[in-house]
Design a protein around this ligand. Structure first.
Ligand code: GAR
Length: 187
């Protein structure tokens, strides 16, 4: 049985979806790591009975923040790291240290629309097919080998709110499944 650490920065709806599914398996959510003090993710962690850590990035180097994160990962014995709306770019050194053990979810069909505002960018593009990507993290902005993509065809004049809902629902289903498979296969 393996241990998962989840990194988030904000609302944490993906964190919750992952936690609820993984808590049904024999695997353990070792902790939530969050870089924003007021993030709603902390509230969710409390309700789910999951330990959480606030790791600030401001007024110090990324290296120092990542050093603290690495110490938490060590202490919590996390095997796999899932980024769930974590809006920081991890350094190449950090990614190298946890090679093939960090995954991310992004709300577009990568390589299209990496970075922030991906849903709006996808929506405004007029692309007919929209979706999500789950991938290993390699130190770039939403780059790295793709594990799974899910998509749907947009309807004529479908409003942004509907598209957002569909994208998030795909995330909540696909990401916990991918993570469960990774935890199952972790030696
Ligand atoms: C999710 O849609 C996730 O795919 C996206 O942030 C949102 C976080 O929502 N991630 C990225 O854009 C990564 N570049 P949540 O905090 O409610 O899970």
């Amino acid at each position: 049985m393996a241990r998962l650490a989840i990194f988030a920065s904000g609302n944490g709806s993906n964190f919750q979806a992952i936690a609820e599914e993984i808590q049904k398996t024999g695997h353990t959510i070792s902790c939530l790591i969050c870089d924003r003090k007021k993030a709603y993710s902390f509230e969710r962690a409390k309700n789910l009975g999951i330990k959480s850590y606030y790791v600030p990035y401001f007024e110090r180097s990324k290296e120092a923040a990542e050093q603290e994160i690495a110490e938490i990962i060590e202490k919590e014995k996390a095997d796999i790291i899932a980024l769930a709306g974590f809006m920081r770019i991890l350094s190449h050194q950090f990614v190298e240290k946890y090679k093939n053990r960090i995954v991310n979810i992004h709300p577009s069909l990568l390589p299209k629309y990496p970075g922030t505002g991906a849903i709006e960018k996808s929506y405004n593009s007029g692309d007919e097919e929209l979706g999500i990507t789950i991938h290993y993290v390699d130190g770039g902005v939403d780059t790295g080998p793709i594990i799974r993509q899910e998509s749907f065809k947009r309807k004529f004049n479908e409003p942004l709110e509907e598209i957002e809902k569909k994208i998030h629902n795909l995330e909540y289903t696909a990401y916990p499944e991918v993570i469960k498979n990774l935890l199952d296969s972790y030696q």
